[in-house]
Design a protein around this ligand. Structure first.
Ligand code: SF4
Ligand code: SF4
Length: 186
């Protein structure tokens, strides 16, 4: 196994709903086949329908391998995060790359723990969506001081994760939108 493969197997952040909310399919992707493989592909209504599936990805295994690797969509084939790109180019060594991945995973885990403390168990949703929904929930019903204090910690944790994602993982300026979302599509 190459060190780059080891890096992705230690990470999974581009598949588990941390960096992205979903994967958008392209014309060349076989939607029906991907559905048959268990990916919950949905097509939006409207003039320019978009086919996508949400993350955390249903094909992501516990050991962070991709269950549909041979048939994965084009966006999954071409995506390389900034850490991966720099490790591939030899700009950072594999220990540095692994350290960055571990740091991001640690920060994402903190976000998950804080969401759980606020009663969010929706692990089938992306982190960005969960934070956004929590923000809306507390805006509608602020709850008690303890909940607000946890939400303040959560906002800070999401902010830190976003900064790290921007600095080290996203490779295009349009890869993150709005304060409540880490990322919409890839
Ligand atoms: S975020 Fe980067 S290092 Fe992590 S699995 Fe995706 S490509 Fe690999
Ligand atoms: S299809 Fe595979 S590579 Fe694509 S998001 Fe899912 S687990 Fe990741």
């Amino acid at each position: 196994m190459t060190s780059l493969e080891q890096l992705c197997l230690a990470c999974g952040l581009c598949c588990d709903g941390t960096l992205f909310d979903g994967v958008q399919l392209e014309a060349a992707d076989d939607r029906q086949h991907l559905k048959e493989l268990g990916l919950p592909v949905k097509v939006s209504r409207g003039r320019n329908p978009i086919a996508r599936f949400a993350q955390p990805c249903a094909a992501l295994c516990a050991n962070r391998t991709c269950r549909v690797y041979a048939d994965r969509p084009r966006q999954c084939r071409i995506f390389e995060c900034g850490v991966f790109k720099r490790a591939k180019a030899g700009e950072i060594d594999s220990a540095t790359a692994l350290r960055l991945v571990k740091k991001a995973r640690h920060q994402a885990d903190r976000v998950r723990r804080l969401l759980l403390r606020l009663g969010d168990t929706e692990e089938h949703r992306s982190l960005g969506e969960r934070f956004h929904r929590m923000q809306e929930r507390l805006e509608a019903d602020p709850g008690d001081q303890a909940a607000l204090a946890i939400f303040a910690d959560l906002s800070l944790a999401v902010h830190r994760l976003k900064l790290l994602a921007h600095d080290q993982f996203y490779t295009r300026p349009d890869e993150s939108r709005g304060p409540g979302k880490l990322k919409v599509e890839r």
